[in-house]
Design a protein around this ligand. Sequence first.
Ligand code: BV8
Ligand code: ZN
Length: 247
Amino acid sequence: MEEKILEAKRIIDDASNITVLSGAGISAESGIPTFRGEDGLWKNFRPEDLATPDAFSKDPKLVWEWYEWRRKLIKDSKPNPGHYALADFEQQVSDYTLITQNIDGLHQLAGSRNIVEMHGNLWQIRCTSCGNIEQNFEVPFKELPPLCKNCNSLGRPNIVWFGEVIPMPIIDKSLMAIENCQVMLIIGTSGVVEPAASMGLIAKQTGKTIIEINLEPTPNSNFYDLSINGKSGEILPQIFRKEQTSN
Ligand code: BV8
Ligand code: ZN
């Protein structure tokens, strides 16, 4: 492990353009459940009942109740050392993009700036009629489902559900960041949800060095240049720690 961390440090020290892809695992140490695995959300809930456009048109209140529960959980949580290590690192490197599949907003809270939110944001409501997007931090909601402030129509979470297309500007920005980087870090994602799962493969095909940090091996681990297994909240601060120089 120590050897791998030193190797990751060497790779990162030599790079001036880094792109990160993060997933639910980076927020696990903040107490936010991941999706897959033993304690994952999809053990107790079915994505087709809660995270699809069909589910929302059948029962918007049920879908909103689930998101309201997650908003409460996330509002009570804080970024962890993994989030902070990335935010600090952004200040030290000339080109840096953080692509996240997370909707929790914890990277922003930790101070990260150049963020691409692939799957949207839990703190935004999008009108199903006029498309207006409103920032909203109410927990609990005054009314459920929430209505649009502009036109009083039904609001929905501004989140990309299964079967929905990720907005083209988001895909473009992600691909551009991957194309321009020297090193890609892939952190806390099982790598099974498309199109995020293919981002690492695209990076690999275009000759980038890829470092994975994940609690356990993933289907893509063998494919990456370096795969470090452990908690991102423990590993990231070690990778980005600046060595003290004596003079
Ligand atoms: C689309 C919203 C075009 C809900 C989410 C190609 C092949 C196969 C299937 C498809 C395909 N293309 C499209 C699909 C269908 C589908 C898909 O990928 N299905 C998979 C599951 C088979 N994709 C889509 O529908 C996408 N749309 O492609 O549009 C299109 C459209 C129609 C028809 C044709 C084409 C849209 C996908 C968006 C899904 N949205 N969320 C919500 O959040 O409320 S999915 C959900 O999964 C979350 O957003 C999450 O971010 C995302 C990915 O999960 P992970 O972040 O990886 O989390 P996971 O729990 O899986 O893993 C956590 C990892 O962390 C684990 O490995 C664990 O070991 C590790 N870990 C845990 N603790 C730690 C840790 N690591 C480090 N430190 C720790 N402490
Ligand atoms: Zn509206």
